[in-house]
Design a protein around this ligand. Sequence first.
Ligand code: FAD
Ligand code: NAP
Length: 309
Amino acid sequence: MEKVVIIGSGPAGWTAALYTARAQLAPLVLTGKQPGGLLTTTSIVENFPGFPEGVDGYELMTRMQQQAERFGAKTSFGVVESVDFSQRPFTLVVDGGKVVAETVIIATGASHKHLGVPGEHDLETKGVTYCATCDGALPVFRNQPLVVVGGGDSACEEALYLTRFGSVIHLIHRRDSLRASKIMSDRALSNPKIKPVWDSVVTEVLDVKLDKVTGVKLKNFKTGAESVLNCAGVFIAIGHAPNTAIFRGQIEMDGNGFIIPKHGTMTNVQGVFVAGDCADHVYRQAITAAGAGCAAGIDAERFLAAENH
Ligand code: FAD
Ligand code: NAP
């Protein structure tokens, strides 16, 4: 029986682990398929306090893990397949096995969204990707025209990163202004290698018959005009959806699947807490996720203390 099980190993999960480990609750962290969470897919994080020169996303997450483990957090590379929160202790099915917990902190974050257009799925790993940091340096993209889809911070960051490798980066956005923060928008739009394509959506990724990306079909929303843009890679950065499907029917969530926290980090189930991007559709930053993880750790500790553990 675990006192605290933390589902997820992003900034929210590791911070919750640090606080509950220092409270001597020996939390078990289930990392999921992406140990370290979303920040491991980016290069330099410039806005996490304490790192004036910026910090590599992977390094930051490794340090968070080490810090939590130093105080007794236990790490397991498990994926939670289902949960039973109908009675305490709670039961979690993890890679086919059972884990039993007195309290659970949900910190499952969010996963990238798909465009849902023809060719996208068939050409995934053959030129369609969701992570420039992971795939941008591949030889197939070197000195080639590349496409980034999206208008947020992620799309700007992906486009900027890709300027190191591609000949030109077409930034396809469905409106005529970026959603990204001012600093990221200015950086992207002032880079001579980045060419914005406004008011446009990708309607198909080409060419499934050739089994590789050769271009995208575009439609301009305002004029209705359709065109083909040649490229060797399509980097999709259109946001993220919360990883909460396994909690459906047990934990209250909004229409988009974000868990609804109450009184801090509590959920509708006593003893189950939530932190980070899976419950935050507004801020979605590493520091806010870490802050929520801290709060969830403290809430879980106080909940157990109140039961005289
Ligand atoms: P995540 O980091 O998403 O972690 C979720 C964790 O849950 C993962 O470990 C995953 O494996 C695990 N998980 C999911 N489902 C299960 C399951 N069923 N069982 C077990 N584990 C599971 N923010 C900034 O502040 N600064 C930046 O510079 C910045 N750059 C970014 C760059 C990119 C490309 C992206 C995509 C995001 C960036 N962000 C940045 C946002 C930041 O990454 C997120 O806000 C933050 O990672 C959210 O933390 P989290 O702990 O809530 O979730
Ligand atoms: P986001 O802010 O939700 O932006 C998603 C973008 O994709 C929007 O421009 C949206 O268009 C577009 N889009 C959504 N669905 C689409 C579709 N089906 N077809 C075409 N376009 C679509 O997501 P994000 O950029 O991943 O950022 C998520 C969070 O992480 C944000 O809070 C961000 O600040 C943070 N982050 C921070 C940094 C940094 O600080 N360096 C880097 C990356 C991410 P509309 O604008 O029309 O809605």
